[in-house]
Design a protein around this ligand. Structure first.
Ligand code: SF4
Ligand code: F3S
Length: 114
């Protein structure tokens, strides 16, 4: 089991999560522009969930149905990226949680916050 970064992170990438992870398991990819978690390193401490301004991180068990494919995608794609351990500027145009809710509604997705 591990924690999962979902597409809520896409085009936001606030990186607050990286500052609290005790085992440095966040990786940055460009396509799509988001962070992912190395599931073999994550120790399920849960610290990152509350840190993310757009609530993009879920436990594997609580990963919302529309984002379940990202359980495998975190594992498959993280190693294409770059390890991030410190806070960086968010992407320009990073969304608020309210805007994330609007984006999900416009995509017809029913997603609860973690
Ligand atoms: Fe890191 Fe803990 Fe989040 Fe896993 S649950 S990614 S170990 S902060
Ligand atoms: Fe992404 Fe949230 Fe971390 S937006 S980079 S999961 S703080």
């Amino acid at each position: 089991m591990a924690h999962i970064v979902t597409p809520r992170c896409i085009d936001c990438r606030y990186t607050d999560c990286c500052t609290v992870c005790p085992v440095d398991c966040f990786w940055e990819i460009e396509e799509p522009a988001m962070l992912l978690i190395d599931p073999d390193t994550c120790i399920d401490c849960g610290l990152c969930i509350e840190e993310c301004p757009v609530r993009a991180i879920y436990t594997e068990e609580q990963c919302p149905e529309p984002y379940k494919e990202w359980i495998d995608k975190n594992a498959e794609l993280y190693n294409d990226g770059t390890n991030v351990t410190e806070q960086k500027d968010p992407l320009s145009g990073a969304l608020t949680l309210e805007q994330i809710h609007e984006r999900e509604s416009s995509q017809g997705l029913d997603v609860s916050d973690p």
